[in-house]
Design a protein around this ligand. Structure first.
Ligand SMILES: Cc1cc2nc3c(=O)[nH]c(=O)nc-3n(C[C@H](O)[C@H](O)[C@H](O)COP(=O)(O)OP(=O)(O)OC[C@H]3O[C@@H](n4cnc5c(N)ncnc54)[C@H](O)[C@@H]3O)c2cc1C
Length: 384
């Protein structure tokens, strides 16, 4: 069955527990890990999240819950992301966060060249089939939506319903919520290795101790390779580096403007951010001059941004996998890896996918059928 036909109701467990499985270790306290932990804690499992970093260090990003914006993405990603977008409102309700998570709406994809315009026209067809609240804008309707666009932007695709949340606020709410459901979060705690005995994982090794768990969820983001099971095919991933520059003293646009690999983003504080994304070739953990230059170039989309006062510079990594497909599922064919599930979001869709991934984690660990084909996302898919 295609994900868009999946019935959400089948995925709801009703908090009745999960058979013999009672406790789970989630490695990674980013938004994927916290949402998986929330889903499992909601079902009555005892969950421990371990993260090597400080609280909140990973809760960043532009916060868009939006369909695919890449004409070259495979169908499997389109379907998965579409299902994830539709799942978000239900997830907020199910997680008791609907009232607490402020959401803004709208996203303008700006055509930056004639070629890019053709790509967006194709994307427009796909968006409109699945998300009706979409308009193709030119001339005065474009200028009326966002004033002051760069002269090279002659058309744009406006998605009225794309959501935007504050990832940091969402992370803080999630952390509080799962602790309220009895989960533990251990910040500053690196998982060093999987604890494998017999045909299953039985927890993770931490410095000086073994943390037991009937199952382990790998939600390790860009560091997924660090805890990758030795028996499995190597992870075919590199990383994408995102750089963002925060500006004040300029009028932020009404909606985020996404160009080609760059974006102008209104922030809840009233400030604006210029964001760029680059592939792994010039990978660096910290902001670099090249990343900064690319981010500043995003002001081409809205030239008034160039007058802003720079008050922040940050860079973050997400994993980059072939086709932009996340790592979602287990390693069923590999001896010793029962009870291990990967939930690693990729590139610009990690936040959007996280509630759907949390449902899949729950389904796999609790023997609930997953009503679509997980094959394209299998973590053991190797290089093919
Ligand atoms: C600038 C930027 C903009 C983005 N914009 C969007 C967007 O608009 N929409 C969208 O859907 N997505 C977006 N994303 C992606 C999204 O933010 C992430 O994919 C999402 O937050 C989920 O991340 P994660 O939890 O999978 O990984 P991460 O946030 O990277 O978290 C992984 C965590 O695992 C921990 N960890 C790793 N290894 C270990 C270990 N061995 N032991 C213990 N802890 C470990 C790390 O410390 C980290 O906290 C964006 C990303 C960036 C960087």
């Amino acid at each position: 069955m295609n994900p868009k036909q999946a019935s959400h109701a089948r995925w709801r467990g009703g908090g009745k527990g999960c058979g013999v499985l009672t406790d789970v270790v989630v490695v990674g306290g980013g938004l994927s890990g916290l949402m998986a932990a929330e889903r499992l804690a909601r079902e009555g499992l005892f969950v421990t999240v371990v993260d090597r970093g400080e609280p909140g260090a990973a809760w960043g990003g532009t916060g868009l819950v939006a369909p695919v914006l890449d004409g070259t993405a495979p169908d499997a990603l389109w379907d998965l992301v579409d299902d994830a977008v539709r799942r978000w409102p239900d997830w907020l309700v199910d997680a008791d966060l609907e009232e607490q998570v402020p959401r803004a709406r709208g996203l303008l994809a700006a055509a930056e060249s004639p070629f890019h315009r053709q790509e967006l026209e194709r994307i427009r067809g796909r968006w409109q089939r699945r998300h009706p609240a979409v308009d193709w804008l030119t001339g005065s309707s474009l200028a009326g939506t966002v004033a002051g666009l760069g002269r090279h932007v002659e058309a744009g695709l406006l998605h009225h319903d794309a959501l935007r949340v504050d990832p940091h606020r969402l992370g803080a709410l999630l952390a509080a919520s799962i602790q309220g459901r009895g989960a533990r979060i251990r910040w500053g705690t690196p998982a060093l290795a999987l604890e494998v005995r017999g045909d299953r994982v039985h927890g993770v090794r931490l410095p000086g101790e073994i943390l037991p768990g009937g199952a382990v969820v790998l939600a390790t983001g860009a560091e997924a390779a660090g805890l990758w099971p030795e028996a499995a095919a190597p992870l075919p991933a590199s990383v994408q580096r995102w750089t963002s520059v925060t500006l004040v003293g300029v009028a932020a646009p009404r909606v985020p403007i996404a160009g080609r690999g760059r974006m102008v983003l209104p922030l809840d504080s009233g400030a604006a951010a210029l964001v760029s994304v680059a592939d792994g070739a010039d990978y660096r953990g910290a902001p670099s001059a090249a990343g900064l230059r690319r981010a500043l170039d995003a002001a081409d989309l809205l030239p008034a941004m160039a007058e802003g006062r720079v008050v922040g510079l940050a860079s973050r990594l997400t994993p980059a996998l072939p086709g932009g497909l996340p790592l979602l599922g287990g390693w069923p064919g590999l001896e010793g890896l029962g009870g291990l599930v990967a939930a690693v979001g990729v590139g610009p869709h990690g936040l959007t996918l996280a509630p759907l991934m949390s449902d899949v984690v729950y389904a796999l660990l609790c023997d609930v059928p997953v009503p679509f084909d997980l094959d394209p996302f299998r973590p053991d898919r190797g290089e093919d």
